[in-house]
Design a protein around this ligand. Structure first.
Ligand code: ADP
Length: 321
């Protein structure tokens, strides 16, 4: 029987646990022995590798985070530690690896494959949804649902108190979370790094809306824009003349009970990754594009910077305010 291992690398997302559960079950179904590597590439280097059983994954489908831990590893950037990682995998006879991570993790995997020949399949996992070549990354839907719940709650208090509420989402340089959240929560303002803005352009319109009876504003901004949520709130107070508060959602966006969509995508990503490894796709990333799964090369996924979908950007440009 062949041995296959799974690890999580980089930022954790909700959806990793459902993926880990299906990894164990699907591997066994396919006649493979599943193994866990704890704490990402750090665990590979330190030989924290253990055979996985059904009992290990019982009950974890409802939990955010990852049961096997995740980590960033400076050591894995160096070839001598990747050699140690390979020796550790050899002690368990593992030559196939499924990695839940972002593009940084995939770059590490590429080096590992080229030097040490460990076959791998990467599964894009980041709430930022900023990996080139895939329309969907594991964890995004759960994060969006958490943002939705937060904005809905914030709206209740905004409308009671006549306030502008500025909500900052995660996303690094990618405005996906902020844009989708703004469009789906009826926000009046959305600021993302992909679009230059001048707050002055909104002033007349917003002041007129207050005169016409508007009681509150919801602004959704991405962490990657130049101004902070507090600065945008100050602008509301000073230029629009409405009391304002800033909320930085932060790490709540990364946790929580995995959504149905993330559970399903975890299931599909894992099946596709394991099937690919068994069919001879030795160094690929499982991507989801235009409603289909495809194996793509590391070069294709990491060699091009991610760009936000043009159709989504057009929705921002035509957003009702
Ligand atoms: P993400 O996978 O979420 O983008 P990082 O960019 O932090 O997260 O990468 C995760 C880990 O992948 C790093 O801590 C490092 O161990 C490994 N890694 C990233 N880039 C490389 C590289 N060029 N060579 C080897 N390992 C890398």
């Amino acid at each position: 029987m062949k041995n296959i291992a799974i690890l999580c690398s980089g930022g954790d997302v909700s959806g990793m646990n459902p993926a880990i559960k299906h990894f164990v079950e699907y591997s066994i179904q396919k006649g493979l022995n599943p193994y866990f590597v704890y704490d990402g590439y750090e665990g590979l280097i330190d030989n924290r590798i253990k055979k996985a059983t059904y009992e290990d994954v019982a009950g974890i489908i409802t939990r955010g985070g990852t049961k096997i831990g995740s980590a960033r590893s400076k050591r894995f950037m160096q070839p001598e530690f990747r050699k140690i990682a390979k020796e550790n995998l050899d002690t368990h006879n593992i030559d196939m690896l499924v990695v839940l991570g972002g593009d940084g993790s995939f770059r590490g995997l590429d080096a590992f494959y080229k030097e040490q020949g460990i076959k791998f399949c990467g599964i894009p996992s980041t709430i930022d949804n900023d990996i080139h070549g895939t329309d969907y990354c594991l964890g995004v839907d759960t994060a969006l649902n958490i943002i939705k719940t937060s904005i809905d709650a914030i709206r209740d208090t905004a409308s009671s108190f006549k306030r502008a509420l500025v909500i900052e989402t995660m996303g690094r340089d990618c405005g996906y979370l902020a844009l989708i959240s703004a469009l789906t929560s009826g926000a009046e303002l959305c600021l993302i790094p992909e679009r230059k803005y001048n707050l002055h352009d909104f002033e007349e319109n917003f002041k007129t809306q207050i005169k016409n009876g508007r009681r509150y504003f919801i602004a959704v901004i991405s962490e990657g824009i130049e101004q902070s949520a507090t600065e945008i709130a100050t602008w509301f107070e000073e230029k629009i003349g409405i009391e304002a508060r800033a909320t930085v959602l932060g790490h709540v966006q990364r946790g929580g009970n995995p959504s149905i969509y993330d559970r399903l995508m975890a299931y599909k990503f894992i099946s596709f990754a394991i099937d690919g490894l068994l069919e001879g796709h030795n160094d690929s990333v499982a991507c989801y594009t235009k409603s289909h799964f495809k194996y793509k090369s590391i070069f294709e996924v990491t060699g091009t910077p991610h760009k936000l979908d043009k159709e989504l950007l057009a929705l921002l440009d035509n957003m009702d305010v």
